[in-house]
Design a protein around this ligand. Structure first.
Ligand code: 3PG
Ligand code: MG
Length: 417
């Protein structure tokens, strides 16, 4: 199988899909560059061989329109600095043929946000799914998507997909474009290989006990992964906002805490299934509540099912920290997706910190720990612990889908599965 390591890029133009959908602050500065650093080994190998780079990515969800606050121009200097070469910029990703053709060996070009074109996602814009003309519009857009992918492909001799974070999307640049390269001239990148190996480690090479920690505000968006994990784990810690859907489902008082009122049955069902499967489902018992959603909120620690009106649970309390830490410390395989509370506010980051510390301790004792999902990664970075866990994934949705056992379209397009 062709791969980045054994391919000689000398004299070739390589079109590399990366996931540079990095968080920016209101000044357009990168607040977490994990995804850029993750792509560097592939990018540097290509330049080192004497190839030239055409780097492409999306940022955010501009939905087919030019949105200046989502321009990749904002990150071109940061990419240049990390890559060690001055990266050129193509302000229109579909009109970059001349710039791509002019690239010399060792030179690099970054294309503007692919999603400024609706063809990238391939979804028709400005027409509702209920419209009788929708199917026609969709077919038309799919045709245009192929043309768009063909244009991107025309810039290069070889295609590399290193965008693990976007590999669960079947888009022009992540999947369709692969059709325009023969099998010897398309491959997944080094980051993608590493990510898939880490997932494989968690799924097939499980050392027990296996503890998964899932956070997040909604049960509904995590249900697929929760059900799948229930087949595999010994301990399943559920935390974050979804805690309160469980508390309410069991008849608890949750004050102003976030809750999916139409998912109470689902929460009870998850508890029942865990029991049937002998999975130790661990929920919080106490919460740090705030009287508003802010770092300056007044705080109150109370039982998670006895939250007074006017207060909302924003972090796990001290008893829960201990219970969670105990379920984590003895584990030999750990998957962490989603913080325990609003860790962005220092007032409410103690729970997530307790989880991070326990994961680090277990890792020191020989556990394989995989941390993924934008928020959990930002969380371990905030605590300066990213290098003390086994693997930090650049994927959020993609990681979860891979762990659910789904085939990722970005990988399938290359490997022909
Ligand atoms: C992400 O951050 O989840 C990836 O970059 C994919 O973005 P998307 O969820 O908007 O497709
Ligand atoms: Mg996403």
């Amino acid at each position: 199988m062709t791969n980045v390591t054994n391919y000689n890029f000398a004299g070739k133009k390589a079109l590399v899909r990366v996931d540079f959908n990095v968080p920016l602050n209101d000044k357009g500065q990168i607040t977490d560059d994990t995804r850029i650093r993750g792509a560097l080994p592939t990018l540097k190998k290509i330049l080192g061989d004497g190839g030239s780079l055409i780097i492409m990515s999306h940022m955010g969800k501009p939905k087919g329109k030019v949105v200046p606050s989502l321009s990749l121009k904002q990150i071109v200097d940061a990419v240049s600095e990390r890559l060690g070469v001055k990266v050129q910029f193509a302000p229109d990703c579909a009109k970059a043929a001349d710039q791509a053709a002019a690239l010399k060996p060792g030179e690099a070009l970054l294309l503007e946000n692919l999603r400024f074109y609706p063809e990238e996602e391939g979804k028709p814009v400005g027409i509702d799914k209920t419209d009788p003309k929708y199917n026609e519009a969709k077919a038309e857009m799919k045709k245009r998507q192929k043309e768009f992918a063909k244009t991107l492909a025309s810039y290069a001799d070889v295609y590399v997909n290193d965008a693990f974070g976007t590999a669960h999307r079947k888009h022009a640049s992540t999947a369709v474009v692969a059709d325009y390269f023969d099998k010897d001239n398309k491959m997944v990148g080094l980051l993608m290989e590493k990510e898939l190996k880490a997932v494989d480690n968690v799924l097939t090479n499980i050392k027990r006990p296996f503890t998964a920690i899932m956070g997040g505000s909604k049960v509904s968006t995590k249900i697929g992964i929760i059900e799948n994990l229930m087949e595999k784990v010994d301990n399943l810690i559920l935390c974050g906002g979804m805690t309160y859907t469980f508390m309410k489902a069991m008849g608890g008082k949750i004050g102003n805490s976030i809750c999916e009122n139409d998912k109470l049955d689902l929460a009870l069902d998850i508890m029942k299934k865990a029991k049937e499967k002998g999975v130790n489902l661990v929920l919080g018992v106490d919460s740090v509540c705030g009287d508003s959603f802010s770092n300056d909120a007044k705080t109150l620690v109370c039982a998670s099912n006895e939250i007074p009106d006017g207060w909302e649970g924003l972090d796990i309390g001290p008893k829960t920290r201990e219970i969670f830490a105990n379920a984590i410390k003895g584990a030999k395989t750990i998957l962490w997706n989603g913080p325990a509370g609003v860790f962005e506010f220092d007032t409410f980051d103690k729970g997530s910190r307790a989880i991070a510390d326990a994961v680090v301790e277990a890792t020191k004792n020989g556990a394989f720990s995989l941390v993924g999902g934008g928020d959990s990664v930002a969380c371990v970075n905030k605590f300066g612990l990213a290098d003390q866990v086994s693997y930090v994934s650049t994927g959020g949705g993609a990681l979860l889908e891979a762990i659910e056992g789904k085939v990722l379209p970005g990988v399938a397009a290359i490997k022909g599965e």
